[in-house]
Design a protein around this ligand. Sequence first.
Ligand code: SF4
Ligand code: SF4
Length: 424
Amino acid sequence: MTEHEYQNFVEKENAVIDGIDVSGIWNRMWEPRELTGFDFTYLDKVTSLPGGASMRACYQCAECVGACPVDNVGSYGPRKLFQRLQRGMDLFNHPDLWLCTTCNNCLRVCPKGVDMMQVMPAAREQAILDGNVPAELQEMLQNVAEYGNPMGESARRRTRWTKGVEYPVRDLSKDPGEVDVLWYVSDYFSYHSRGNDAARAMVRVFNHLGVDFGILGRGERCDGDSQRLCGEAGLFEELVEHNHALFEQNPHQTLVVSDPHAYNALKNHYPELTGVEYPVQHYTQFLAGRIAQLNGLLTGEFARKVTFHDPCYLGRHNGEYEAPRNLIETVPGVELIEMFRCKQQGYCCGGGGGGMWLDGLTADHTSERLSENRVREAVEVGAEVLAVCCPYEVSRFEDAVKSTGNEDVLEVLDIIEIIDMCIG
Ligand code: SF4
Ligand code: SF4
């Protein structure tokens, strides 16, 4: 501190308050002091971006500190980001730009409305324009742009999972037209082997319920929500245009999605671009509306201790906590137990906001994966099954079960798989 700054205070020579002598230094009050010697270029750059302004509202109250799942396994969160920006950090060339999973837990508690769900995509978009993108993320974005899915698989293989399913699946790319339920299958249900298991289970459950449904087949492309949050607004717009045209070509009563990220996109962000409100339901909501019918079909038992992981984009972002729990509790024999961090306070799996494709970068800046932290919590509460309803999660949590040595303790299942096991 400089000599000059030492002089910027006021104090009373003599002061006694409630009988206590607080004279001189004990009542000293500093005049407001400005931070000096720091370069605010990047703070100004962030806050001048469309969507970036709320970053400047942070007043360091620390409400967000305990809320951030990344801070739980590292050193992160809006409060720290703001401090670092104040001290001149170039966020556009810093790993901090990519660590946020946009889980929405900080905004839930922030009294000043510092909104990382807007700040991060805005800053990331700028970084992408400047060519500063982690290689693992760049590959994913290229795959989505070129092939319509993050894995870089061909569109032709999108329906390969339907082979061997005992029930017919109407492929609207070959047989277009009206259908009661248009099921937007999503990338991980279509291409990932464990997602395929859940997709096949969904077909069986739909058929037992007598649902008239169809899928977009090779026409379906990635919903784009994670890409939007990674800063690829242009790619998101292309995907919206493409998928929206297919929704229009195939009239439907309900648009059922397997993926909370697709749910978030279709409910909150597609309408901003298309002007259309979609009759979208996450599959747990759709099935929760048919619990009476399901009760008659669920003849098998699932006598195990089950805990449920709230997906950030179904729960905190869209307020749906009950439909998945109602479904799990419908299954005969299940004992549903809650983890310490659940519902509004649910812990993030690490896959949101691009985290799904940033495991390498995240590993360099955290003590363990968020999914590993979550698996330990599930084990700690005595769960035998970790139930999920987001296509990102089965693979993330199964990896985490292995890396934490819990293969013999905890099984990861999509809720639709549990229901399918107990039908008939
Ligand atoms: S809760 Fe909001 S205002 Fe408080 S430290 Fe965090 S970002 Fe800043
Ligand atoms: S959105 Fe989630 S991960 Fe990102 S800073 Fe906020 S609490 Fe942390």
